[in-house]
Design a protein around this ligand. Structure first.
Ligand code: F6P
Length: 249
């Protein structure tokens, strides 16, 4: 079936220091995750399997206040055996940490035959950096730890605690801002027929996850998107089936 795979980048230098934002590279642990992700992409995402022709509707009011839920799509549950290679898509943000995490997927030096010996055209899995997928920008607080933010800007910190969805960092963004910039991308995702792997960021993936799972916008900033895990979402008529893969502890 057509499926979305969401993962955060591997551990970054800033993750290790507890700093938010920035554009740091991966730690050795982050690089190990990148290697494991390439293996996962090969064996779980690109591996030939059954194809579905089912249509999907996710037009609840997550992005839009006005409820114009007029899709009533026919569920064509037909599954056909598909022994052909699956074209796959791979999106990253424009930030170093997501691009470094995707680096071994389609990398010439990586072993690109499947465990069962079959080969695959990996050039189609080339990462496409998307600016809309860049992490929620923390403005003046970019590069600080939460403790530093609390000590330096206690009022700002308290306001964010009180309303995480609407809170906008000084000279930065709010979850609502990011929701708006993700809307066209989510619409594009609705039309994609191939498996899509997104190597993204915590804030961004929370919003996409909440949208495709049919959660309320207010819940989005609290969704758990841990490092080192891949979240597989298989859309069906009224939401998604979810499976999580922990690739390393
Ligand atoms: O700490 C990693 C990170 O991706 C930051 O860059 C970002 O500001 C933060 O997570 C988003 O999470 P929260 O909204 O819970 O602070």
């Amino acid at each position: 079936p057509r499926t979305f795979y969401f993962t955060r980048h591997g551990q970054s230098e800033y993750n290790l220091l507890g700093k938010i934002g920035g554009d740091s590279g991966l730690t050795p642990a982050g690089l190990e995750y990148a290697r494991r992700l390439a293996h996962f992409a090969k064996e779980e995402i690109a591996r030939p399997r059954r194809k579905d022709t089912k249509k999907r509707s996710n037009s609840h009011d997550f992005f839009n206040d006005s409820d114009d839920d007029d899709d009533d799509e026919k569920d064509d549950d037909k599954l056909v055996e598909d022994n052909e290679e699956r074209p796959c898509r791979l999106w990253t943000s424009t930030m170093r940490r997501t691009q470094e995490t995707a680096q071994f997927i389609s990398h010439k030096k990586f072993n690109h035959t499947f465990d069962n010996g079959e080969s695959f055209d990996w050039s189609q899995f080339r990462p496409k950096p998307r600016r809309n997928l860049d992490e929620l920008y923390a403005g003046t607080c970019d590069g600080m730890t939460y403790k530093e933010i609390q000590d330096t800007y206690p009022d700002e910190f308290a306001r964010r605690q009180a309303d995480k969805l609407s809170y906008r960092y000084p000279r930065g963004e709010s979850y609502m801002d990011v929701t708006l910039r993700l809307e066209p991308l989510a619409q594009e995702m609705e039309r994609i027929r191939e498996p899509l792997l997104i190597v993204g960021h915590q804030g961004i993936l929370r919003i996409l996850y909440a949208y495709f799972m049919g959660l309320d916008r207010k819940e989005a900033p609290y969704v758990s998107i841990p490092l080192n895990n891949v979240i597989e979402l298989t859309p069906h008529a009224y939401g998604c089936h979810e499976k999580r893969y922990c690739l390393m502890m």
